[in-house]
Design a protein around this ligand. Structure first.
Ligand SMILES: Cc1ncc(COP(=O)(O)O)c(C=O)c1O
Length: 480
């Protein structure tokens, strides 16, 4: 780099930032540094877009160049007035948390803008190494895998491989002559249904297997359904076990499911988009026993491995399974020495360098820091459960959280419509801004559903969550 700083600024092509490049980068760095400092503690209220900002967002297409510094400031204002999952008390849905080194990695990856469709040399090797590290972190014996844009696409990718294994040639001839079904728990994520729709299995052929009292798939009910379908000539494509349901964080019993599937060679896919990283945390690892028996797994590093979206991965035990479902021979994509390209094992052609953020994160922090952060989230979930269980105005689920989702209901004695009350409470908390949580309907009842997947959340934030829910709930309970 010596001497580079002393050269006169070079004004590049028209779409380069030219001689304002460094100034723009330094300004962006200051904005990011401010944001990171701001994320260190929760805010006491959420900023909403001002009237002036909203007007700026109605401006027409600019024809003339703007000022890069002023425009970066405008972008920063918009970001500041947005719901950022990086904030420590964002506990809605299943959040991510914009890990700092992951954000830096994204800037690097997007600057080089490598496409990981064909062999991209160093980047391809790094992607393969990261797939191996991820498998080893989770304790899953993968021999291949690839990064995708999310759990939805990871599930679809794995189930395309399962379909080709169950019905060889179906990718060529279609599904018209096949009766097939897909199995998952009644509480599986709807991306499984979407995969059935897209793969020609059909949503009516998704068998929603009943769950037990802890909302885990019943292996006995699965076995009965598989037997009756086989007797009717229906081909099972795959059983999708969820390790961490979106509603309550239930973990399906993998060994029991594998005992049912293995005698028939039925493909087991583990949807661990949310929960699978907890397989690496000592306190929750026993829930994942049998993981190694799955044919494929999905995991979203952009959920509980904290890196920014999008960074999901699908891993398979047998390397050939993905290629059988996805490889193509196109005149414009030559294969060298019969080597497989990334596009031969996955759906996308334009493939950004998603692996870099997980690779850098694991190098910079080390795997143990991730195990510790997941353990901390598990402890926070248990703390909230205990605090709520001990509070006279809160109802909790009959069992402790399996992972980091803790459904709660505010049920003060003088409240006659607890469902309306909790629905309104959730919205009132969102408006209040100190804690952001989402509601969920469990067995027809409305619950508050905090979920802990953020490395910035502290024990104080957990206590504040219950205190704010109690305070606002008490203030509005006269309405119901
Ligand atoms: C269990 C499960 N599977 C799949 C998905 C879909 O993941 P994505 O939003 O990354 O597509 C989710 C999302 O919350 C999920 O919880």
């Amino acid at each position: 780099m010596s001497g580079v700083e002393n050269r006169p600024p070079r004004v590049g092509p028209p779409l380069s930032l030219g001689d304002r490049r460094i100034e723009a980068l330094e300004h962006a760095t200051a904005i990011v540094a401010h944001a990171w400092r701001d994320f260190d503690q929760a805010r006491e209220e959420e900023t909403v877009p001002s009237a002036e900002l909203q007007n700026r967002l109605l401006e027409p297409l600019p024809e003339e160049p703007g000022d890069v510094i002023a425009d970066l400031d405008l972008a920063a204002d918009v970001l500041d007035a947005s719901l950022a999952q990086s904030r420590p008390r964002y506990l809605a849905y299943i959040g991510s948390s914009g890990l700092e080194i992951g954000a830096v990695a994204d800037l690097l990856a997007h600057s080089y803008d490598i496409n990981l469709a064909l062999d991209a040399r160093g980047a391809t090797q790094l992607e393969n190494q990261t797939i191996g590290w991820l498998a080893s972190f989770l304790g899953y014996p993968a021999t291949a895998g690839s990064f995708t844009s999310g759990g939805t696409i990871s599930n679809l990718t794995a189930l395309a491989a399962a379909r080709e294994r169950a019905l060889p040639g179906s990718r060529t001839t279609g599904m018209a002559n096949h009766a097939a079904a897909l199995y998952c728990s009644a509480e599986a994520h709807y991306s499984v249904t979407r995969a059935a729709e897209l793969l020609g299995i059909g949503r009516d052929n998704v068998r929603a297997i009943p769950t037990d009292d802890r909302r885990r798939m019943s292996a006995a009910a699965l076995e009965r359904q598989l037997q009756s379908d086989r007797a009717a000539g229906i081909m099972p494509i795959a059983v999708v076990a969820t390790t961490g349901t979106t509603l309550t964080g239930a973990v399906d019993p993998l060994n029991d499911i594998a005992d049912v599937c293995e005698p028939y060679g039925t493909w087991i896919h583990v949807d661990g988009a949310y929960g699978l990283p907890a397989a690496a945390a000592p306190s929750s690892a026993p829930l994942f026993q049998g993981l190694e028996r799955a044919n494929s797994v999905s995991v979203d590093a952009h959920k509980w491995m904290f890196v920014p979206k999008a960074c999901s991965a699908v891993l398979v035990r047998r390397a050939g399974d993905l290629a059988t479902a996805f490889s193509h021979n196109e005149a414009y994509i030559p294969h060298e020495d019969d080597a497989l390209n990334a596009v031969d094992v996955t759906l996308e052609y334009s493939r950004p360098f998603r692996a870099l953020k997980l690779w850098l994160a694991l190098r910079v922090h080390g795997a143990q820091a991730f195990r510790d952060a997941i353990e901390e989230n598990l402890r926070q979930a248990n703390l909230l459960y205990d605090l709520a269980a001990a509070h006279p105005d809160f109802e909790t689920r009959p069992h402790r959280p399996q992972l980091s989702i803790v459904p709660l209901r505010h049920v003060p004695p003088d409240c006659s419509d607890a469902d309306r009350h909790n629905d309104d409470l959730c919205r009132a908390m969102q408006r209040d801004g100190r804690v952001y949580i989402s509601p969920a309907i469990i067995d027809g009842r409305t619950w508050l559903r905090p979920c802990f997947t953020n490395f910035r959340t502290t024990e104080d934030d957990v206590r504040t969550t219950l205190a704010v829910a109690a305070e606002i709930g008490t203030a509005i309970c006269g309405d119901h």
